[in-house]
Design a protein around this ligand. Structure first.
Ligand SMILES: Cc1cc2nc3c(=O)[nH]c(=O)nc-3n(C[C@H](O)[C@H](O)[C@H](O)COP(=O)(O)OP(=O)(O)OC[C@H]3O[C@@H](n4cnc5c(N)ncnc54)[C@H](O)[C@@H]3O)c2cc1C
Length: 340
């Protein structure tokens, strides 16, 4: 019989499990029910209060604790995950994707003599486990099953609901880990300020800026400064994530006026990202196929473009406003500011 283990870690506040970890817990519970298999949840660097928040899962709870595991670091995280998998004797290990565990998952699978699959978006099957992932820029969907065990499965974030349950009194088994030799000392975290950090995978809405923001407008002039203020104002008011078309982020290399807060990391599309947000609003973008490919998993798509014949109006968006995005976003920002 399979034995399932979900690995979890804290988010950057250090006082709650990461959202991706809670999603993996949901996936683990669903899978354990479907396969009729026992479920374990492993904590790396969590305290008792965190374990209590998962008491209602009824899962076997195992933890690796100690100062050395409070910070993300390859050597200590890999050792902790390996020890948890061995203690649980797991045959299927569900790992939340993210900077912390994605980098150790393959190493842990290797140490256990197992196999690993990444970017898994769904788990299915009743007799045996089937894991789904996309290939070739989200165009080909594959369903994978494997006989090798343990099978380490890295789950993409945004694919499951985050677990919520009433807290209880958890019985947590402490798993001992012999500290590996470490050459890395974590001296602190340097990250951009929250409002400079424009890529927000957890946001409900994706706001996409296209090249139109930097094109000549009806008065014959370009208005890049106004565009920057409008876009940043909208992001601040809504906490939306910022995406871009390729044309807009490419312009920097061509020596044209650019929006300073956009990089290729913001690019959505065939050669860019494929984010998952409940809603998306595209502005000043033509909606060409290589761009729209990246909108595949956006729940509801809206677009604002001056061109009534743009790609969005040809069936690629749910709602298209044929309007001047400068005027629409200025009005929206005004309405959002009075909403408080
Ligand atoms: C192999 C390949 C891969 C590619 N990969 C990607 C990719 O990953 N991502 C991507 O984005 N592109 C990609 N492209 C490029 C893609 O085909 C398009 O060229 C690009 O997406 C167009 O960007 P755009 O719509 O911002 O610019 P444009 O095509 O210049 O369109 C600008 C739009 O803004 C509108 N506009 C102007 N002013 C206003 C205003 N005031 N209000 C409202 N609307 C206004 C215009 O009407 C126009 O529709 C790829 C192309 C190839 C060949």
């Amino acid at each position: 019989m399979e034995k399932i283990l979900v690995l979890t870690h804290l988010d950057e506040t250090g006082s709650a499990l990461s959202r991706a970890s809670l999603e993996a817990v949901t996936a683990g519970l669903e899978l354990a029910t479907r396969l009729g298999a026992p479920l374990g949840i492993g904590f790396v660097g969590s305290d008792a209060a965190i374990a209590n928040s998962l008491a209602a899962t009824g899962a076997r709870l195992l933890a690796v604790s100690g100062e050395a595991f409070a910070q993300p670091r390859y050597a200590t995280d890999a050792a902790a995950c390996e020890a948890l998998c061995r203690a649980a004797d797991a045959t299927i290990v569900l790992v939340p994707a993210g900077a912390r565990f994605s980098r150790v998952a393959a190493g842990v699978a290797y140490r256990l003599g197992g196999v690993v699959d990444t970017h898994i978006t769904a788990l299915g099957g009743t007799e045996k486990l089937e894991a789904t992932r996309w290939f070739y820029r989200q165009r080909v969907e594959a369903v994978i099953s494997r006989s090798a065990r343990p099978w380490v499965i890295v789950l993409d974030a945004g694919t499951h609901a985050a677990y919520v349950g009433a807290p209880g009194n958890a019985n947590v088994e402490q798993v001992a880990v012999e500290l590996p030799a470490t050459r890395t000392t974590v001296s602190g975290i340097r990250a951009p300020k929250q409002d400079e950090q424009t890529i927000r995978p957890d946001a409900r809405m994706l706001f996409v800026a296209g090249a139109g923001w930097t094109k000549k407008q009806p008065d014959g002039q370009i208005h890049v400064d106004d565009a920057a203020k409008l876009i940043l104002g909208f992001l601040r008011a809504t906490n939306a994530s910022l995406g871009s078309s390729k044309s807009l982020v490419d312009q920097g290399g061509e020596g044209q006026s650019v929006l300073p807060f956009l990089t290729h990391m913001n690019q959505i599309g065939q050669t860019g990202a494929t984010p998952r947000h409940a809603k998306g609003l595209s502005t000043c973008c033509h909606g060409e196929e290589p761009h729209v490919v990246g909108w595949r998993f956006i729940g509801e798509r809206r677009a604002i473009s001056l061109d009534p014949n743009c790609g969005w109006t040809r069936g690629k968006a749910d709602v298209v406003y044929v309007a001047d995005a400068f005027a629409v976003i200025a009005k929206l920002n005004e309405m959002l500011s009075t909403k408080g």
